[in-house]
Design a protein around this ligand. Sequence first.
Ligand code: PLP
Length: 460
Amino acid sequence: MKTIIEPFRIKSVEPIYFTTKEERKVILEKACYNPFRIHAKDVLIDLLTDSGTSAMSSSQWAGIMQGDESYAGSSSFFKFEDSVRSITGLSYIIPTHQGRAAEKIIFTILGGRGKCFISNTLFDTTRANIEFSGAEGIDLICEEGKHPTIPAPFKGNIDVVALRKKIIEKGAVNIPMIIITITNNSGGGQPVSMQNIKEVRKVCSEFRIPLFIDACRFAENAYFIKQREDGYADKSVKEIANELFSYADGATMSAKKDAFANIGGFLAMNDLDLAIRCRNLLIITEGFTTYGGLAGRDLEAIAIGLQEVLDEHYLEYRIRSIEYLTNKLIASGVPVMQPAGGHAVYIDAKQFLPHLPVEQYPGQSLVCALYEEGGIRSVEIGSLMFGKYDDSGNLIPAKMELVRLAIPRRVYTQSHIDYVAEVIIEVFQKRNELKGLNITEEAPMLRHFSAKLTPTTSAN
Ligand SMILES: *Cc1c(COP(=O)(O)O)cnc(C)c1O
């Protein structure tokens, strides 16, 4: 088989900035060992997130010039609505400025004390919006999804047996919706199978609970289904996406992921009463129903991006690039989540740094080391992001200590990725020298964005 090449050529380039290791040491200290606090111009390869960092296509940029900025009834909105509907088949499409804005609206309406939302894994903003409403969020990932380094085809699946049990325990009336995140971002970008979605649909119908899809990476998930699930090899990704959404009552999406847009999102559903309530809240918090916090040009970019992402040459290249980096790391013994996910490579920091206890945030220590060594910015998905405290102030750690290297869409070439692998392997070779970190300052919610940390004084 020949090399799978980038299915685009480059029309416009953006410089990246080099720093020395000595400079990066100072930058890291000034940023209190939290790369969210580092200026982007001090980062060489930015793998902090794949969110809003995509390179837009020439057609998207052309669409931007055609943006209709009318306050009400903008033609860009109708293009956006058609594009979303052609994929999801959902009736009411509500634009929002990001995924979390859609979450804020839906959970404000359906959440509140005593309510409970069950998911394969809730993404951090989703969980935060649920908890902020006073409700509870419960993750019921399947057994395979709990073991980062053991490969399985659909590690994003929800545990359907546990789901049924939990619904009976909590009472169906207290569960306003079940949420399936595709692909499962916080669980390693692992896909959910069509079979699993169908089974969840059955449970939802039985208990009369709506099923919503957190659709940020629906195209990557659909491509995995095509590759890995029986009966889908000859279907187009678009047909697979259509089928997948046909089981849902609604969806939230951040257009900053699979829609190749730099901003945007939507909320979509089939229930008219619910849509009316959401729109009323949208008008207070986001904007009128035909723009929802976005410029007309953003709606154009999203409408076009949603169709472009269905291109299977693109998806082949996309999924292959993640697999390429994952396999390079495996070959050098670096403990990574297997198999490769859809949008990112996940290093298992617990295995990478077994000498650091979870209270010293091994994931964050690795994140800092990758920056210092090679100017690479990544993000901890572990106890800094998800840890809580018990009543006596002891850390309740996250289930896993991961470091995510998210790959922006259509941005970096193979040589960038080769460089990233070299840096990680170099850090792996001197992993015993890495120190842990203590938190010195933190916010009550989503603390990883702003927390300040300091290295522990000894290696342990
Ligand atoms: C990014 C993301 C969100 C939130 O979207 P924003 O546009 O960042 O607000 C929600 N769910 C998942 C799975 C995501 O990846």
